[in-house]
Design a binder for this molecule. Structure first.
Ligand code: ATP
Ligand code: MG
Length: 404
């Protein structure tokens, strides 16, 4: 079943390779998609390598998005799908550990495969299904080994991100890191701290999302590579608080929420700053952590459902299962609670700050209004008060606010 779906994806991309070949260029499926096809694993996306220069690719296809022309990469749109098409290239130096200094386009795929990180990622396949395997990648797939293409010391020095990528692939594939590769990772791990944080975050997110995440975490701990990562540099003990086993997490917001729950002393703002996360990740981490702390004290109720966006329900369940010995919360539980809520946001409360002020003109406007509205909001959410102006007004008159 999986394999037919995979082949369909390759078939869908085939016209792109055919067109490139028709124009006299070489074209191959390359990298992760070939690896995953051979593993019968569901593939992320189809990447294509070609001898055509980016400008030539732009000439051949109608819809081309120039996402990384300087690195030889464009996106070709075909039948509403996107395909990364990258010109064969040899890699320059990474003197700043962030970007290669120069990129040289080349005419043969051999050297392009040579610049790739691991043997299992250095596979290419043509439209007839012939595999190019210059570094015994298929053998490593069979033996479930992660091994650098060429000398590990050199490859990890060129781009220390590959050290984290090795952990990430062990976590995704459940593979062992080959002995010499692992030795060289250990020798060069100090270089990691010089990397652009955003590049690390992408790999660490994938590490925590891996099907074999516990293997990835074991490596992270045994190699002590975690000590090179933001936040964990200063608080290395937090990794040892992770429960065993962990389940895969789907986003970095979930990772932050997990660690923050395990060590509340390190606040989310700090995590977000050190890892240069987006506002979206920050919101996710905050909502999830709030919900977890709330659940720990009160269990599941309307207030938890009210405060937690539907989009975070799955993440909350993933984290709950990791953190609590018994966690009898299902998606269905959450959704039912959510749909039955009388209101969905503060703005829905039928009485507002001005109404309150009018009811108690003798009190000066101040922080009491916000506090009092919060009480009303909670009572409405719990169904203790009906959400209409008259009922709320009545209740307020009988329960005047406490000032100070
Ligand atoms: P996924 O399915 O998770 O996307 P992937 O193998 O496609 O896995 P990517 O990070 O998308 O991984 O990279 C695509 C390919 O580009 C890799 O398979 C590898 O051949 C090459 N590659 C990516 N990053 C590096 C790097 N830092 N050094 C060397 N080669 C790399
Ligand atoms: Mg990929």
């Amino acid at each position: 079943m999986v394999i037919t779906m995979q082949i369909n994806l390759f078939e869908q991309a085939r016209p792109i390779l055919e067109k490139l070949e028709k124009h006299g260029y070489q074209a191959f499926y390359v990298g992760g998609c070939v690896r995953d096809l051979l593993l019968n694993r569901s593939i992320g996306d189809i990447d294509i390598a070609t001898s055509a220069q980016p400008s030539e690719v732009q000439d051949i296809f109608e819809k081309v998005i120039p996402v990384g022309i300087e690195h030889g990469t464009v996106i070709v749109r075909h039948e509403h799908e996107s395909y990364e098409v990258t010109t064969f290239r040899r890699e320059g130096e990474y003197s700043d550990n962030r970007h290669p200094d120069s990129v040289a386009f080349i005419q043969k795929i051999d050297e392009d495969l040579q610049r790739r990180d691991f043997t299992i990622n250095a596979l290419a396949m043509d439209i007839h299904g012939n595999i190019i395997d210059l570094f015994a990648g298929r053998q490593d797939l069979q033996q479930k080994l992660i091994r650098t293409v060429g000398d590990g010391y050199e490859r990890f020095s060129e781009d220390p991100l590959r050290i984290i990528r090795a952990l990430r692939f062990s976590s995704q594939l459940g593979f062992t890191i080959e002995r010499k590769t692992l030795d060289n990772m250990m020798r060069l791990k100090q270089q990691i701290s010089g990397l652009a944080v955003e590049r690390m975050a992408t790999e660490i997110t994938k590490l925590f999302a891996g099907e074999f995440v516990n293997i990835g975490i074991d490596y992270l701990i045994s190699t002590e590579i975690y000590k090179q990562l933001p936040v964990m540099i200063e608080y290395p003990y937090i990794i040892h608080r992770l429960p065993q086993p962990v389940n895969p997490l789907q986003s970095f917001g979930e990772v932050i929420a997990l660690f923050h729950f395990l060590e509340p002393k390190i606040n989310i703002i700090y995590w977000v700053k050190e890892w240069k996360c987006s506002n979206k990740i920050k919101q996710e981490a905050m909502q999830l952590a709030d919900a977890l702390f709330y659940y720990q004290r009160h269990g599941l109720d309307q207030w938890l459902a009210y405060r937690l966006d539907t989009s975070f329900h799955k993440g909350f369940i993933r984290l709950g299962k990791i953190l609590f010995d018994v966690f009898p919360v299902s998606l269905d539980n959450l959704q039912k609670l959510k749909t039955n809520l009388p209101i969905h946001s503060k703005r829905d409360v039928a009485l507002n700050g001005n109404d309150l002020h009018r009811l108690f003109p003798e009190y000066e406007k101040g922080p009491w209004i916000k506090r009092y509205l919060m009480i009303l909001e909670k009572k409405v959410v719990y169904g203790e008060l009906a959400n209409n102006k008259n009922d709320l007004k009545d209740w307020v008159k009988w329960n005047p606010p406490e000032i100070n």
